[in-house]
Design a binder for this molecule. Structure first.
Ligand code: ADP
Ligand code: MG
Length: 354
């Protein structure tokens, strides 16, 4: 049984912000329907094709339902490694798409209508888990990669750096990462908020830290029932299709891509820019090698960055990846928008064999 495509980029174009509208920015990105997106500007007129394109008017619910996210949740329950990653320049809507507007505090939660792919997937996962009658053990870990260092966003106290290791049985893994069990939507949403605030806190200490790091939230799904087979509902993959019933669902909020080309900055910014540069380029490199026709064995350089090591399983054939390219419609973001869409187009040709 196969699901195709395994690495399918979708595009989300956010609305113009008030500031952009006030200063008279033009909208240069338009959806043409059927997954086509058109970028129009004097010298750069281009049309790209994707599995789906969501225009400024698309609600969070429409994006969730149209992205194939529900299917990804089901596959994760069936034991696959599923990854969603949002990329694009800072301010293009990555965090909004994944988690909605950030809540001010736990006492002022976001309106349910504005919740992002993450909260909607958690709800779907808990619902599925109940309706299947299977006994699933769920836990979450939340990491960020900042300047090529892996930090735990769930462990209390100041952020500590964790070693990234490799073993034959586990592949790449983070040693001593905290994994917190949860059983309700409230519990996982609260973990997400805590972790995101930790990422936010460092944003104040170090200039715009949050968009300078990659954040990875992983849900680990273990079947407590072991291998006793439970008859799955129609249309769901047979559990026998998967060797182990231990799936993951990982959400990656990538650092803004806009400084990738920037060189010659000094000090801290240059370290940051180099790290982001290195990891996003490494990711792009792996993706373009994976996109080459099969047949010849190709070495994929996952070891080139922490990010690609952590994403190795989902990129490299055994996982299923959903890429969300986020773009601003503004004329001022034109070159970044084009570069995001080119990056996404390359990923379009990657097929994996979960
Ligand atoms: P990023 O994470 O890519 O840096 P954000 O998700 O923080 O960008 O979005 C930047 C701003 O645009 C935020 O104020 C956010 O609320 C707003 N925004 C992004 N996408 C949308 C959208 N689809 N609808 C309404 N506002 C959005
Ligand atoms: Mg963000």
């Amino acid at each position: 049984t196969s699901v195709s495509p395994h690495a399918c980029p979708i595009v989300r174009v956010r609305p113009l912000t008030c500031t952009e509208t006030r200063r008279g920015d033009r909208r240069v990105v338009h959806s043409l329907g059927d997954g086509a997106v058109h970028v129009s500007a004097a010298r750069h007129d281009a049309t790209f094709g994707f599995s789906a394109v969501f225009d400024a008017g698309a609600s969070q619910e429409v994006v969730f339902e149209g992205s194939g996210m529900r299917q990804l949740v089901e596959l994760a329950i069936d034991g696959f490694s599923c990854t969603v990653f949002a990329f694009g320049q800072t301010g293009s809507g990555k965090t909004y798409t994944l988690m909605g507007p950030l809540a001010q505090s736990e006492t002022q939660p976001v309106s349910p209508a504005l919740m992002g792919l993450m909260q909607r997937s958690f709800a779907c996962l808990l619902e599925q888990s109940r309706s299947r009658g299977s006994d699933l053990a769920l836990s979450a870990s939340y990491l960020e990669i900042y300047n090529e260092q892996v930090r735990d966003l769930l462990s209390p106290g100041p952020p500590c750096t964790l070693p990234l290791r490799w073993s034959k049985t586990r592949g790449f893994y983070v040693e001593n990462q905290l994994s917190v069990d949860f059983e309700s939507l409230e519990a996982i949403v609260s973990l997400l908020l805590q972790g995101s605030q930790r990422r936010q806190t460092s944003a104040h200490a170090l200039n715009r830290h949050s968009s300078r790091s990659h954040a990875l939230l992983t849900i680990h799904i273990r079947s407590r029932a072991g291998h006793q087979s439970i008859t799955p509902p129609m249309g769901v993959l047979q559990p026998s299709a998967c060797p182990s019933k231990q799936g993951t669902l990982c959400f990656v909020d990538l650092a803004g891509s806009e400084r990738v080309k920037e060189t010659g900055s000094s000090g801290e910014l240059s370290v940051e820019a180099n790290s982001i540069n290195r990891s996003l380029l490494a990711l792009g490199h792996c993706i373009s090698l994976l996109a080459k026709p099969r047949g010849k064995w190709t070495h994929i350089p996952y070891r080139d960055s922490k990010l690609t090591r952590l994403l190795a399983r989902s990129l490299g054939g055994s996982g299923i990846t959903l890429m969300v390219a986020c773009v601003s419609p503004s004329s001022r973001c034109l070159s970044e928008t084009l570069s995001t869409l080119h990056y996404a187009s390359r990923a379009r040709r990657v097929t994996t064999r979960p």
